[in-house]
Design a protein. Structure first.
Length: 279
């Protein structure tokens, strides 16, 4: 079993990890018990978490966890790479979407519909129609239930914006693990998005992503882990967890030329607006 990265210096102001998968184990690292993960995060100033479910078991788990822990709210959806698999069975996508809607409507701590969107990296041409159908249905659900839409976009920038333009974005939507350049950032911001930056912004080869961060207004910036993935430098490749958010936040403040405490306070407030209020 690999060694978990050391605990970084605490942040001067609390922030929210707005996209985390507390239920997912990575490699030979078991998932941390939720209470331990929350405690280690809170000790460095990451006091709240948005737990994201990406399939039906994960969505159920997210709702149960949010109901159990005050520091957690949930997002529920079918990941875009789930959509083609479900659509391959007659009625499979319909049944899964019906359960996602029931979960999203059943508990006030379900704040988001997501992560949904498009993934052209893992899904080929034969699965893209199912992804688009699923994405459209999640957008509609977010608008009908007044939930925040959380978007997964991998190698699909133009198509994501095209579908959003056709369907109309909900009042609150987040580009999870933003992966574009400054021009794409501006295109998303012009349409009302919050941009969420993960550990990828710290990677040495990620200058276009840092350029995107630099042009994002302070009131639209969010931070996330996507744990257990995307661990920030200098621990890239290790298992990620919410307690490592300070590494990403410090780099973000440096890139933006802003005081760390001021940026943390802004990110904290932005996350509350983006996800429909405090918890």
């Amino acid at each position: 079993m690999s060694q978990r990265p050391p605990v970084p210096e605490p942040l001067p102001h609390p922030v929210v990890d707005n996209h985390c998968h507390l239920d997912i184990a990575r490699g030979d690292e078991p998932a941390l018990p939720v209470a331990d993960a929350l405690a280690s995060a809170a000790a460095v100033g990451v006091t709240r978490i948005v737990q994201i479910g990406c399939d039906l078991p994960g969505a159920r788990w997210a709702v149960e966890t949010a109901a159990t822990y005050d520091a957690v709210v949930a997002g529920v959806a079918l990941h875009p790479n789930e959509a083609p698999r479900l659509a391959a069975t007659p009625g499979g996508l319909d049944a899964a979407m019906a359960e996602i809607e029931a979960l999203a409507a059943a508990h006030p701590k379900v704040r988001a519909v997501g992560e949904t969107g498009l993934d052209h990296f893992r899904t080929g041409e034969d699965g893209r129609a199912a992804q688009v159908e699923s994405f459209r249905r999640h957008i509609d659900l977010a608008k009908r239930l007044d939930k925040t839409l959380v978007i997964h976009d991998r190698d699909a920038h133009d198509d994501v914006l095209e579908v959003l333009g056709e369907e109309g974005a909900p009042p609150r939507w987040v580009m999870h693990c933003f992966s574009g350049d400054a021009d794409f950032a501006r295109a998303c911001l012009d349409r009302g998005a919050y941009l969420s930056f993960a550990g990828t912004v710290t990677f040495r080869n990620a200058q276009p992503l840092r350029d995107a961060l630099a042009v994002t207004p302070q009131d639209r910036v969010l931070v996330e882990t996507d744990a257990p993935y995307l661990t920030p430098h200098p621990h890239r490749g290790a298992t990620n967890a919410s307690y490592l958010v300070p590494l990403t936040m410090r780099l973000m403040a440096e890139v933006r030329g802003e005081d760390l405490g001021e940026l943390c306070a802004a990110v904290d407030a932005n996350t509350e607006r983006a996800f429909g209020g405090s918890w």
